[in-house]
Write a protein that binds this ligand. Structure first.
Ligand code: BG6
Ligand code: MG
Length: 225
C-alpha cells in the first residue's frame, strides 16, 4: 500500500484544537442562567453533537421545555459567548502533535479532510492557522445530519475521492467514533478509552503519530476483513 491510498479525516474541536473547553464553558453558563448545572459525564455526551441537538439534551437534563423560537434564541446566545472566546484564539491553542502530523501527512502526499459538526470551523481554522492543510472541509454548514450519522465523514471521503475503507478518522467524541464506524472507516480515538468504545486505536493526543503507523493500521484492518 502506498501513501496516496490512505486518507485522513480530522474532527476539529478537541482533536486539533482546544475548543472543547470553550463549548463546555458556554453551555454551562447557559444552563446556569436557566437555574441548573450539568456534570462532566453529561458534558462528554455533548461532544461531537451539533448545536441544536446539544441544546435539546441540556434542556432535557434541566427538565425545561422551550418553544422552537426560544430555543433558537438560547442557541444564538450560547454561540455569541462561544464566538467571543474563539475569536481570541491563536495558533498556541493547536493541540500537541496536530501541526506536526498535518505537516507530515502533507509532505507524504496524504489527502486531508476536516469532518466537524461545528458551524464555526472556518473561523477556528483561520485563527489557529490551520486552513491551508485541508484538501476538503466538511462541517456543520454542509451536513444535514449530526454525528453519529456517518454523513460528515462520507462526504469528506467523497471530496477526497477516497474509498471509506482507506480513510482514518481522528475523533475525541463517542458520537464521532460511532459515525466513523458507521462509515466503515478506521478510527483513532483521542482521549480516554472508556469514553470512546469501538475505536481501533486510543491515543492521548496526536504527538508521535506517524504516516507509516497509519498505513499499517489500514493494511491490518483490510487483511482482517
Ligand atoms: C462539535 C463539538 O465539534 O461541534 C460540539 O464537539 C458542538 O460540542 C458542535 O456542539 C457544534 O459546534 P458549533 O460551533 O456549530 O456550535
Ligand atoms: Mg470533537
Amino acid at each position: 500500500m502506498n501513501n496516496s491510498t490512505i486518507a485522513c479525516i480530522f474532527d476539529l474541536d478537541g482533536v486539533l484544537v482546544d475548543t472543547a473547553v470553550y463549548h463546555y464553558q458556554a453551555w454551562k453558563k447557559l444552563a446556569n442562567s436557566l437555574g441548573f448545572d450539568f456534570s462532566h459525564a453529561q458534558n462528554e455526551q455533548l461532544k461531537g453533537v451539533n448545536r441544536m441537538r446539544s441544546l435539546d439534551m441540556i434542556l432535557d437534563w434541566g427538565g425545561i421545555t422551550k418553544t422552537a423560537a426560544e430555543k433558537e434564541e438560547l442557541a444564538t446566545l450560547k454561540n455569541t459567548w462561544y464566538v467571543d472566546m474563539i475569536n481570541k484564539m491563536s495558533a498556541s491553542e493547536v493541540l500537541p502533535g496536530s501541526q506536526e502530523l498535518l505537516e507530515q501527512l502533507k509532505s507524504r502526499g496524504v489527502k486531508i479532510a476536516l469532518g466537524s459538526a461545528s458551524k464555526n470551523s472556518g473561523l477556528i481554522l483561520e485563527r489557529t492557522n490551520l486552513t491551508h492543510f485541508f484538501d476538503a472541509i466538511v462541517d456543520g454548514n454542509s451536513v444535514t445530519t449530526s454525528k453519529p450519522d456517518p454523513e460528515v465523514f462520507l462526504k469528506g471521503a467523497e471530496l477526497l475521492k477516497a474509498a471509506p475503507e482507506d480513510c482514518i478518522v481522528f475523533e475525541d467524541a463517542s458520537a464521532g467514533v460511532q459515525a466513523a464506524i458507521a462509515a466503515n472507516m478506521a478510527v483513532i480515538a483521542v482521549g480516554e478509552a472508556e469514553n470512546l468504545p469501538g475505536a481501533d486505536l486510543f491515543i492521548k493526543d496526536l504527538s508521535g503519530v506517524t504516516v507509516d503507523e497509519l498505513i499499517t493500521l489500514i493494511a491490518h484492518k483490510t487483511e482482517n476483513k
